[in-house]
Design a protein around this ligand. Structure first.
Ligand code: HEC
Length: 174
């Protein structure tokens, strides 16, 4: 099994475990960045998070997540995660959804066949354009949900870190 699929499996198991604890609320304070590893920010629990400077400059991953979200997810979830009649507003969902639940939902998809309506979230676990950028999409949506990130393309961004370049080429080629 390729390393990345293993990581994804670990993420899914983690997601299932995290799902058992279903009360989860996120806010600006919880999401505050306390560490920065090569341009990737983490909160006090070690969960990936966004960083927005006073002049509105976003970290690279938030910017990258904006681009990925608005190419892979917006058709159903609406531009900037604002929602549509077909799929929920993820800019709201992430106020109460844990990182683990997010990873497992995106990797495995979800089907809701209640009350005669069919509502299907596709599985993206084997789509490199999504799983190679899972954290990017997560931190972007987290910034939309609790970080006050406005709609639209962030005007200023940090430079692309070397670590992002390396992750991208090994993930996309693997
Ligand atoms: C083909 C349409 C479609 C696409 C494309 C899509 N989704 Fe979804 N997604 C849905 C639907 C419909 C639901 C609600 C499923 C349900 O009712 O349980 C959903 C649910 C979700 C949820 C759970 C939200 C909640 O409030 O519980 C997350 C997280 C999510 N999608 C993330 C994503 C991400 C990230 C992408 C892009 C990589 C994406 N989706 C692309 C249709 C889509």
């Amino acid at each position: 099994m390729p390393v990345r699929m293993k990581q994804l499996c670990v993420a899914i198991v983690f997601g299932v475990l995290a799902g058992a604890v279903n009360s989860h609320a996120d806010d600006k304070e919880t999401a505050a960045a306390v560490t920065n590893e090569d341009g990737k920010y983490y909160d006090k629990d070690g969960t990936p998070t966004f960083n927005i400077g006073e002049d509105g400059t976003v970290d690279w991953y938030t910017y990258s997540g904006y681009r990925r979200f608005n190419s892979e997810c917006h058709v159903c979830h609406g531009a900037d995660g604002a929602g549509s009649s077909f799929a929920p507003a993820l800019a709201d969902s992430l106020k109460t959804m844990s990182y683990g639940d997010f990873l497992s939902t995106v990797a495995e998809g979800r089907k809701n066949l209640s009350a005669g309506k069919e509502s299907v979230m596709p599985a993206f676990g084997d789509n490199k354009n999504v799983y190679c950028y899972m954290d990017d999409i997560y931190v972007y949506l987290r910034a939309r949900a609790v970080g006050g990130l406005p709609r639209g393309r962030p005007a200023k961004k940090e430079d692309k870190p070397e670590a992002a370049r390396e992750h991208e080429s090994s993930c996309m080629d693997g």
